[in-house]
Design a protein around this ligand. Structure first.
Ligand code: NAG
Ligand code: NAG
Length: 493
C-alpha cells in the first residue's frame, strides 16, 4: 500500500527495442504516447522473470492478443473513432489488478461484484493495471474466469469525456505519479466525466501531500466511517469524501462448502511440542498477516505464550509472508521469545506453527475452516480483509477495536480487543502519525474466553456471517457502487 512512498519521481528512459515499435504508433497516440512508453518501460524493466520479458517482447511481434496487449489497446482505442454502442458511459477502474496484495484483491472484489450483480447498467466497465508492479505468479494463479473477465474488460471501448475514472491505489500513484506507474487519471484532470480516488490508511491521519492529492479528485471513496473522519480532520474536502464499504465474497467464503485443510501438514513448527494425542484435537488459533510491526505479531506472541502452555492443548498457526523482510520467520519468533521477558511454562511452550508458503486464494476457505478462532491484534488496519473473510466463514474473531475494523466489529459478532493507548509510529512513510497499542492482558483474557466458552464463540461466529451477508455481500456493495455512479451520471446530464 505504501511500498512506493519514499520513491522520487524519475525520468523514464525509453529502451531502444521499444523505440522502433512505438515510432510506428506515434501518429496514432500523440498525447497518450508518454503513457504507452511508460507502460512498456515498466513492463520491460520488470526483472523477476525472463519468461515474462519474452512474453512481452513476443506480443509486439505477433497478433495473438495477450492481456498486456489489451491494456495497450485500451489507450489506443480512445484515439480511434470506433462506433460506440449503448450505454456510452464508461467506468474505468484503474488498480493494481495484476499485483496481488490488499488493493489488488479489493479492486477485484468490486469488479467481480459489479460484473455479476448490476443488471442493465447505465455504464460499461473497463479496467487497467495501475499503481504497482505486475506479478506473473499472481496472474497465473488467478482462476480462468477472472483472467477471461480481465481480458474482456480491457477491450472495452470508452470515450474519455464519457468516462468516470476510478483511481484505486495509494495517492502517490495518482496523476502525476511519484513513482513509475501508468498515471491515474491517464491524461490528468479535467478530461473525463469524473475522477474518483479510492484509498485508505491505517493510522490516525492523512499526510499533507496526500491531502493535496485527494482534493484534486472529484470524489474520494474510503471504506469506513473511521476513514471519513480521519480524512476530513486531516483537511480533505468533506463534500468529496464518500464511504463505500468493501465486499466480501460470502458465497466463496461459506463454511458449509469446505472441509478443513490438514494444518499439521503445511505448518512448520517453530516452538513447543506437536500434539501427538490424535484422540483429542487441540484448539486452533489462526492469524493471517504480512510480517510487519503494524500487525502486532509481537502482541500476539506475548499474549499467547504468557496465557497458554503445552498443557492447554492449543495451537497457534501464523499464515504470513514477508513485508520488506526475509522469510526466516522461525528464527524471528525464537529470537523474539529469547529477547523478551516471557517465562517458559513448566509444562513447556504452547506450540506455534508458521505457514509461509504461498497459499492460493482458492485454498483460503479450507484454512479458515481448520481454525477454531481467528486472532489479529493489529495496531491499525485499513479494512482488515482476513477479518471479514474469517467472519464470513463463521469464525469467532478477536481483533483490535480501532481503525477500519470498528466499521463491523461488535460485541455480538466478535471479540473487540480493547486498546491500551495510542502510540507514535516511529518509522516508515507514516512516521509521526499515531496508531493503537492493543492490550496484551485483554488479549490473553479474550483468547482464554473464546477457548473456554464454545457456545458463546459459536454464536458470535454465526452472527458474524449473518452481518457479513447483510452488509458486505457482493450484491449489496455492487448496489451501493452503482447508485453512486448513477448519481454522478445524473448530475452531469
Ligand atoms: C464526447 O465527445 C464526443 C466527440 O468527441 C461527442 O460526440 C460526445 O457527445 C461527447 N460526450 C459527452 C457526454 O459530452
Ligand atoms: C470499541 O470501540 C467503540 C468506539 O469505537 C466503543 O464504543 C466500544 O465500547 C469498544 N468496545 C470494546 C469492547 O472496547
Amino acid at each position: 500500500m505504501k511500498a512506493h512512498e519514499n520513491q522520487q519521481p524519475r525520468n523514464i528512459r525509453q529502451p531502444s527495442h521499444v523505440r522502433s515499435f512505438t515510432s510506428k504508433l506515434k501518429s496514432l497516440i500523440f498525447y497518450l504516447s508518454p503513457i504507452v512508453i511508460l507502460f512498456l518501460a515498466i513492463s520491460l524493466s520488470f526483472t523477476k522473470s525472463n519468461h515474462f520479458k519474452i512474453h512481452l517482447l513476443k506480443f509486439s511481434l505477433t497478433t495473438n492478443p495477450t492481456f498486456f496487449q489489451s491494456i495497450l489497446r485500451f489507450f489506443l482505442q480512445t484515439q480511434t473513432p470506433n462506433p460506440i454502442s449503448k450505454p456510452s458511459y464508461c467506468v474505468l477502474w484503474m488498480a493494481p489488478f495484476l499485483s496481488g496484495g490488499g488493493y489488488s484483491s479489493e479492486s477485484w472484489s468490486y469488479i467481480l461484484a459489479l460484473n455479476e450483480h448490476v443488471k442493465n447498467p447505465r455504464f460499461k466497465m473497463a479496467i487497467a493495471q495501475h499503481g504497482d508492479l505486475e506479478s506473473l505468479q499472481f496472474w497465473e494463479g488467478l482462476p480462468q474466469r477472472m483472467r477471461n473477465l480481465a481480458v474482456e474488460l480491457h477491450k472495452t471501448n470508452c470515450r474519455i469525456n464519457e468516462t468516470i475514472v476510478i483511481c484505486h491505489s495509494e495517492p502517490g500513484a495518482w496523476y502525476p505519479p511519484l513513482f513509475k506507474t501508468v498515471p491515474c487519471p491517464p491524461t490528468g484532470y479535467g478530461n473525463s466525466l469524473s475522477v474518483i480516488g479510492r484509498t485508505m490508511f491505517e493510522t490516525d491521519r492523512v499526510s499533507p501531500n496526500h491531502v493535496v492529492r485527494c482534493n484534486r479528485m472529484d470524489f474520494v471513496w474510503v471504506p469506513t466511517d473511521f476513514h471519513v473522519s480521519t480524512f476530513v480532520q486531516s483537511g480533505v474536502d468533506p463534500a468529496k469524501v464518500v464511504k463505500i464499504v468493501q465486499p466480501v465474497d460470502v458465497n466463496f467464503f461459506d463454511p458449509l462448502k469446505y472441509r478443513p485443510i490438514d494444518l499439521a501438514v503445511i505448518g512448520e513448527q517453530v516452538l513447543g511440542v506437536r500434539n501427538q494425542d490424535l484422540s483429542s484435537k487441540e484448539f486452533v488459533f489462526l492469524s493471517v498477516f504480512k510480517w510487519e510491526y503494524r500487525k502486532g505479531w509481537d502482541v500476539l506472541l506475548k499474549a499467547y505464550l504468557e496465557e497458554f502452555s503445552n498443557a492447554d492443548r492449543v495451537a497457534l498457526y501464523l499464515l504470513t509472508n514477508p513485508y520488506h523482510s526475509d522469510r526466516d520467520f522461525g528464527n524471528k519468533i525464537v529470537n523474539f521469545v529469547e529477547g523478551s521477558n516471557i517465562e517458559k511454562p513448566v509444562d513447556g511452550w504452547a506450540p506455534i506453527y508458521v505457514i509461509d508458503t504461498h497459499v492460493p486464494q482458492i485454498d483460503l476457505p479450507q484454512m479458515y475452516k481448520a481454525a477454531d478462532a481467528f486472532v489479529l491484534p493489529s495496531r491499525g488496519e485499513g479494512w482488515g480483509r482476513p477479518l471479514v473473510e474469517a467472519m464470513a466463514m463463521s469464525l469467532p474473531v478477536i481483533a483490535t477495536n480501532w481503525s477500519g475494523p470498528i466499521e463491523y466489529l461488535t460485541e455480538e459478532n466478535s471479540y473487540p480487543l480493547p486498546v491500551d493507548r495510542m502510540s507514535e509510529v516511529t518509522e516508515g512513510p507514516f512516521e509521526g502519525h499515531f496508531w493503537a497499542e492493543p492490550s496484551v492482558d485483554k488479549l490473553r483474557a479474550l483468547m482464554r474466553q473464546v477457548m473456554s466458552n464454545a457456545e458463546e464463540a459459536k454464536a458470535k461466529g454465526r452472527k458474524a456471517r449473518e452481518d457479513m451477508i447483510q452488509r458486505f455481500s457482493p450484491e449489496k456493495v455492487a448496489g451501493i457502487v452503482a447508485d453512486h455512479i448513477n448519481n454522478i451520471i445524473d448530475n452531469k446530464i
